[in-house]
Each structure stands twice: as structure tokens, then as C-alpha cells.
Design a protein around this ligand. Structure first.
Ligand SMILES: [Zn+2]
Length: 411
């Protein structure tokens, strides 16, 4: 049965819970460091951390680097906001400033080592900033340039050594990490924010021209290299605009393909229809059925898929190759007459006109039982009978007590 579900997977807004992480971003390393699952609860994460921090504590002969990794991983994963950022954008999404346990050490090189880090070449890099950029489907179709003003901090004059940490970037601090457990930790210097140098900043207002290319997808990243705040001793991070595609009232999108849902009457399904729509580039398309073409309530397949037709090459421009376009799918819903019965004369005509009319069964009404159907709900299927009903009455909200209703397959 087909109950309004769209069998094409995920669409913008239709419950897009966890968005896909950007390509080539590692979002598992921290979990591996603590030896927990990506779905681990806060409690599990704390447990794992407590255990590991005991084993790897430098005072007990553990490896200091490993201990720092564990502390940094815990500091990020135990904070809901940081964890969410990390799950989405990897270490890049977590600002280095916020991670005390890293002791000012670059998070990337900490976890990926100097050799493998994408930042290994050249100086260390300051934190990058991600900004969501809401984009309509029309803009993703046609492309658009948006001018956005950002205010960034730039260094004024020459930086000097930090007086609080004497250029060491870190301050040693005694910390309680659990009941009766005290540990000495390196905490990044607040005064210089772990940079080891101090300087005065001034604000600079910059207007960025953000090019939304034709066919760009949700969560795509537009990067302005080195445009984040300046940091002494470091290459400034990037400003990233992350495309957030807005829902469209007519079109749903998946990749380069588009889908529209069209409800038509039974009359239109059998006798033809004309449908005028405005495409995303403002062209008017008139979608017309061919003479004699029948639109069915569902495909003639075992899975009872919705009835779909397609307009080739009327989808979105492909990302990176806008001249190749996806397809436009039209999914039909056939609306039967609202009333429960049709007028007598209409029935008589239809019976004559439509193929395969009912054939009169031959029987003797005295020898058979003539019965009529009542309204029903498939969810009640399996709940009939005396036994079932009494159980239902006793524990109606206990799932295990009664038979589960048969679910309509929703997609
Ligand atoms: Zn300092």
C-alpha cells in the first residue's frame, strides 16, 4: 500500500537529521582515541576517558602525547556542542581556541601527526570559521553571487612575547578530574589564547563575493582561504560558507534530479490532463498527457511503487558540469471521487463505457448469503476476536501484550 511516502529517499527538510559530513573529513578519530562507538552515550565516553587517563597518565609512566590526545578527545566529545560540530565537520569544525587540553597544540597535528596533517606544510593554521549560507533551489539552479560583509580581527603592529606564560603557550594547572582524583594538566594560556605571543588587534571589514555555482548541493563548502581572524605565529584559518538548501514548495531535489508530485482526478487520469508549472529558471512548462494515455494509481510491480513519469534533462544542472542536467520526475496521485457513491445515471453510463464491467454472478439468494462491506482500517487487522479484544482492553499501551497491528508500508 502506498500511503504518501516518497520512495526516493531523503529530501531537504523531510527529516534531515544528521547531515552528511563534508567529503574527506575525518569524524571518527576522536572516538577511536577513546575506544568508543560513534553512538556512545556521554556516560560511556566519560567511563572510557577515566579508564584511559589513568592508564596513560604521564605520572604513572604513560605516554604524554597519548595522554594529551585522550584529554583533548574527551574535552570535545563530552561537550554536546563541540561533539555536534566535530561529527559534522571534523576537527576543523572545532575551534582550537576552545580546547584547553590541547594545550595550544594544533588539533590536527596532534591527532594526525606532523607528517600526515594537511597542515603540515607551512606554518600552523588558526581556527577556521563555518557560516551557514541559506540558498534557495532557484539560486542553486541558476547560480548566484552573494556579497557578504565579514568583520575579521587583524594584527596591528608586531606581536610580543606573552607575559603570563612567557611564550610557553601553556600554564600548568592542578585539576580535579573525578572524586579524589587530581591531575596536573597543561592548560592553554588564557592571556595569549595559547599563542605564546600577544598583540593588539583591529577589526577589518571585508566584503566577500560568494559564488554559488550552478548545481551546488546541500552542505557544499565555499572556502575563502586565510580569511578568518589573524593569529600571531599562525597562518589565519579559512572562512567557509556551508550551503544550506531551502525547501521548495513544488520541487524536491536529490542530486541533479527533481521531483514534483501531481494530484489528478480519476477523470484526468483516464481522459487526460494539462498542467502548467513554472520551472526554476522561470520558464513555463505545460505538461500534457498524450491522447489515450492512462495515469495509474501505482506502478504494475510487486512493490506497488507510486506511478511516475519523467521529463528527461529538465532537472538541475550537474555540479561541475552545468550543461548536463538531471531529470524531472512527476509522481502522480490519483484522486477518486470524494462521495462514497456516484449518481445512478453516471454509474449506468460508466458501466457501458469503461472496459471490464462487473459480470452478474448467477446464484439463488435463498441458498447463499448476500453480504455488504463496512468501513475498515488495516491497522485493526489482527486485533479481531474475543481473546485479542480483552487483552487490548487490559494493557492497551503494552506493546508486548497484544498483537501488533499490521503497518501500512509507508514507503
Ligand atoms: Zn600566554
Amino acid at each position: 500500500m502506498f500511503g504518501g511516502g516518497i520512495p526516493f529517499g531523503h529530501f531537504p527538510g523531510s527529516g534531515r537529521g544528521g547531515s552528511m559530513p563534508a567529503e574527506d573529513v575525518d569524524t571518527t578519530k576522536l572516538y577511536e582515541t577513546l575506544g568508543v562507538d560513534k553512538s556512545a552515550s556521554k556516560k560511556d565516553i566519560r567511563k572510557a576517558y577515566m579508564k584511559l587517563s589513568k592508564t596513560h597518565h604521564p605520572d604513572k609512566g604513560g605516554d604524554e602525547h597519548k595522554f594529551k590526545e585522550i584529554s583533548a578527545a574527551y574535552e570535545i566529545l563530552s561537550d554536546d556542542d563541540k561533539r555536534a560540530q566535530y561529527d559534522k565537520y571534523g576537527l576543523e569544525g572545532v575551534s582550537g581556541d576552545d580546547v584547553g587540553a590541547a594545550g595550544g597544540e594544533d588539533l590536527f597535528s596532534m591527532f594526525f601527526g606532523g607528517g600526515r596533517s594537511r597542515r603540515s606544510a607551512g606554518p600552523r593554521k588558526g581556527p577556521s570559521i563555518n557560516h551557514p549560507l541559506k540558498v534557495s533551489l532557484e539560486d542553486a539552479y541558476n547560480g548566484k553571487t552573494v556579497k557578504l560583509a565579514v568583520t575579521r580581527k587583524i594584527i596591528e603592529g608586531t606581536p610580543t612575547e606573552c607575559t603570563a606564560c612567557k611564550g610557553q603557550r601553556v600554564i600548568m594547572e592542578v585539576r580535579q578530574i573525578g572524586p579524589g582524583m587530581i591531575t596536573q594538566m597543561q592548560r592553554h594560556c588564557d592571556q595569549c589564547k595559547g599563542q605564546g605571543q600577544q598583540c593588539t588587534f583591529k577589526n577589518e571589514r571585508k566584503v566577500l563575493e560568494v559564488h554559488v555555482d550552478k548545481g551546488m548541493l546541500h552542505e557544499d563548502k565555499i572556502t575563502f582561504r586565510g580569511m578568518a581572524d589573524e593569529v600571531p605565529n599562525m597562518e589565519p584559518g579559512d572562512i567557509n560558507f556551508i550551503i544550506q538548501e531551502k525547501d521548495h514548495e513544488l520541487f524536491k531535489r536529490k542530486g541533479a534530479d527533481l521531483l514534483v508530485v501531481k494530484e489528478i482526478s480519476l477523470n484526468q487520469a483516464l481522459c487526460g490532463f494539462t498542467w502548467k508549472i513554472t520551472h526554476l529558471d522561470n520558464r513555463t512548462l505545460v505538461i500534457k498527457s498524450q491522447p489515450g494515455e492512462i495515469i495509474k494509481p501505482e506502478m504494475n510491480t510487486k512493490e506497488a511503487l507510486p506511478f511516475v513519469k519523467v521529463l528527461p534533462d529538465e532537472g538541475m544542472p550537474s555540479k561541475g558540469n552545468p550543461f548536463v542536467r538531471g531529470n524531472l520526475y512527476v509522481m502522480f496521485r490519483v484522486r477518486f471521487p470524494e462521495d462514497n457513491s456516484l449518481p445512478e445515471n453516471v454509474i449506468a453510463q460508466l458501466r457501458k463505457l469503461l472496459p471490464e464491467p462487473d459480470v452478474e454472478e448467477e446464484y439463488d439468494p435463498m441458498e447463499v448469503e448476500e453480504v455488504h462491506l463496512k468501513e475498515a482500517d488495516l491497522r485493526s487487522f489482527g486485533k479481531g476476536g474475543a481473546h485479542r479484544e480483552s487483552m487490548e482492553a487490559h494493557d492497551s499501551d503494552d506493546d508486548e501484550g497484544g498483537a501488533r497491528p499490521v503497518q501500512c508500508q509507508q514507503s
